[in-house]
Design a protein around this ligand. Structure first.
Ligand code: HEM
Length: 121
């Protein structure tokens, strides 16, 4: 179910999010500072990763029932620089797709709030 009036809906729902996922994925794998984190990860997990990240920051629907964020990233030794770069790519994709600036600002706030669970290095 999608809550009425979420940012997810505001930017055009599932089709827009699919486009964002594809672009985000391409950027992460093309970034030499980030590709290493994802190189050993199987494709379905990778896809799930991008979808979940985008859905979560936009308040969209989620079917994810897996490990909590801290557990999922515990062994990855993600430092603040890498986390920041992933966030920057996400923000860049949202801007490319014309997402309103107030939505981008709330995405940045959400990223900041989950960082302590993910940044462990
Ligand atoms: C808001 C930020 C983030 C969210 C919401 C998020 C979400 C998730 C979720 C839900 C999973 C579990 C996927 C699954 O097992 O199906 C996961 C795994 C993973 N995440 Fe993230 N993530 C975030 C940031 C990052 C960052 C910054 C990096 C790398 C720099 C990263 C790298 C990974 C990798 C490599 C895995 C796969 C681990 C494995 O099972 O081998 N994530 N993430």
């Amino acid at each position: 179910m999608t809550a009425v009036g979420t940012h997810f809906e505001l930017i055009g729902g599932t089709p827009a999010v699919k486009e964002a996922v594809t672009r985000f994925y391409d950027r992460l794998l093309a970034d030499p500072d980030l590709a290493g984190y994802f190189s050993g990860v199987d494709l379905p997990t990778l896809k799930r990763h991008q979808v979940e990240m985008i859905s979560m920051v936009l308040g969209g629907p989620s079917n994810y029932t897996g490990r909590d964020l801290g557990t999922a990233h515990a062994d990855l030794h993600i430092d603040a620089t890498a986390f920041g770069k992933v966030g920057d790519h996400l923000v860049a994709v949202l801007r490319e797709l014309g997402v309103p600036e107030h939505v981008v600002e709330s995405v940045v706030a959400t990223l900041t709030s989950v960082a302590p669970q993910i940044v462990t290095a």
